[in-house]
Each structure stands twice: as structure tokens, then as C-alpha cells.
Design a protein around this ligand. Structure first.
Ligand code: ZN
Length: 266
């Protein structure tokens, strides 16, 4: 049997003490960063909804991420044609055309919501403070352009995202931004319109129609990015078919029960 000498014990104890000290110092540093983030961006708060979050049955929530883009007017035309309201998770664009599109989204009764200003994973998910800074930038842009303070948002890549630089930071961001009253929405139906291949409208519509039948209240992920040029026509097909099947359509609001891939950690 191996005898553990006194000298070896001392070495073990010293290594253990060093690890504990290191862990303690890291935990302390993280706490300091979180406290700082809690105190930063003091205007970034919304009143939480007083009503019970519900989701209407056989109601479809169409959502469009990454806009505005050159496809937004066509999406809005299709929605208007059918009298359907949807949700736009927008990014930050400051050219006149984009500003007019933010306004048109709101004027036509859709929900405008935050998707982040830059949509750059390595920037926004770097730290809680970096995320809040980006969030406030697009929040200000939306408010100054439309007069609306968005209360709901969607994380680029969703609330569970393997491409974030740090899972812990992502968790801290979720906890902090939801503590401030904002509600995030993931999705339960994908259209598949966010690939490098531009699929025909019918293919995207088929993806949605197939998946929509499997959930009680479909929250459909579409994209309003420049490449997604078949998305407006796919929207047209989806609405026609689902109306025929007796579905209703609604925009998300903070009163809609959220679909979330992860708990808020509160
Ligand atoms: Zn996105």
C-alpha cells in the first residue's frame, strides 16, 4: 500500500487552498460584474403585465426576425390583404427607408419587438452589460421612431444557443433582462427560411403547415432578412391554408404566454 507522507499531504492541502481561493475570487468577480450590470442602464425597465399570460387555442402567432429589409413591404402587404396581425423582432437600422418600415409595422397594428441592435453574437453575448447596452440602443431607436416602448423580445439564436461565447453569461443575461420586466419569446414552428439556400415559398409553407398541426398554439419563426425573398409568398400560402382550417392569427404581446426553451432562472 502506498503511504501518503506528511509532505504529500501538505502539498495536497496547499493545492486545495489555492483552488478554493481562486474559485472564491472568481465568484467574487462575477458577483461584482452582476451587481454593476444591475445598476447600469437605469431606464431599461418595463412594468410587468398585470394580466394572466394566456395563449389562445387554434391561434397562430407569425413572427419575423432580423428586419426591416427590402422584403418587409411585401410581408406587410400580405398581412394587410388577409387582415392578419404579426410580430416583428427587429434589429437596428437607421436609414430613412428602415425608419419608415418600423413606423409602418406599428401603424398597421403589428407588434414591434426587440431582437437586438447589432445581432452580432460575439458582441452582444460577451457580457451582461454589453447585451444591455445593445438592447437599450435598439429600444431607443424603436421608441424615438415609433413612440412604442417594446416589452417583448427574442434572443438572436434563441434563449438556448450553442453558439454563445459563454453559457454562464447567456444565463446571467436572461436573468437580468427578465428581472427588468421584459419577456422573451422563442418559437415552436420553424419555416426553414434562414438557410443559405433560398427555398421556394411552397416548401417553406409546407414546413410550417406540417409543424403547426402538432402544437396547440403555433409560434412560427420566419425571417425578414434580405435573403429571405420567398418568405412573403410563403406567408401568403400559410395564412390562406390555416384560415381554411379554422385558425385565427394574433400578434404576440406581453400578455401572451411565452414559448421559452429555457427557464428565466428567477
Ligand atoms: Zn435573428
Amino acid at each position: 500500500m502506498k503511504v501518503i507522507t506528511k509532505k504529500v499531504w501538505i502539498r495536497y492541502a496547499a493545492a486545495l487552498a489555492l483552488a478554493a481561493a481562486l474559485w472564491g475570487s472568481l465568484a467574487w468577480q462575477r458577483q461584482a460584474v452582476l451587481t454593476e450590470a444591475r445598476e447600469s442602464h437605469p431606464n431599461l425597465y418595463v412594468e410587468p403585465s398585470n394580466s394572466v399570460n394566456t395563449m389562445a387555442e387554434k391561434t397562430v402567432y407569425l413572427t419575423y426576425d432580423d428586419g426591416p429589409s427590402k422584403n418587409t413591404p411585401r410581408i406587410l402587404d400580405v398581412l394587410k390583404k388577409h387582415g392578419v396581425k404579426a410580430t416583428f423582432f427587429v434589429i437596428g437600422k437607421e436609414d430613412e427607408e428602415s425608419l419608415a418600415l418600423y413606423r409602418r409595422i406599428v401603424e398597421e397594428g403589428h407588434t414591434i419587438a426587440v431582437h437586438t441592435y447589432s445581432h452580432k453574437y460575439h458582441e452582444i453575448y460577451r457580457s451582461v452589460d454589453a447585451y444591455l447596452e445593445d438592447f437599450e440602443k435598439v429600444e431607443n431607436l424603436i421608441y424615438n421612431t415609433t413612440g412604442v416602448h417594446p416589452k417583448i423580445f427574442r434572443f438572436p439564436g434563441g434563449s438556448v444557443n450553442s453558439l454563445v461565447p459563454s453559457k454562464q453569461v447567456h444565463k446571467d443575461i436572461i436573468r437580468e433582462i427578465t428581472r427588468r420586466g421584459y419577456v422573451f419569446y422563442d418559437w415552436n414552428v420553424v419555416s426553414g427560411d434562414d438557410t443559405a439556400t433560398v427555398y421556394p415559398a411552397q416548401t417553406l409553407a409546407d414546413n410550417v403547415l406540417k409543424a403547426a398541426g402538432r402544437v396547440k398554439s403555433p409560434v412560427v419563426l420566419f425571417h425578414d432578412a434580405p435573403l429571405c425573398r420567398t418568405t412573403p409568398d410563403a406567408t401568403d400560402i400559410v395564412i390562406q391554408r390555416l384560415l381554411e382550417q379554422g385558425y385565427a392569427f394574433a400578434a404576440l404581446s406581453e400578455d401572451t404566454q411565452p414559448i421559452q426553451f429555457t427557464s428565466t432562472g428567477n
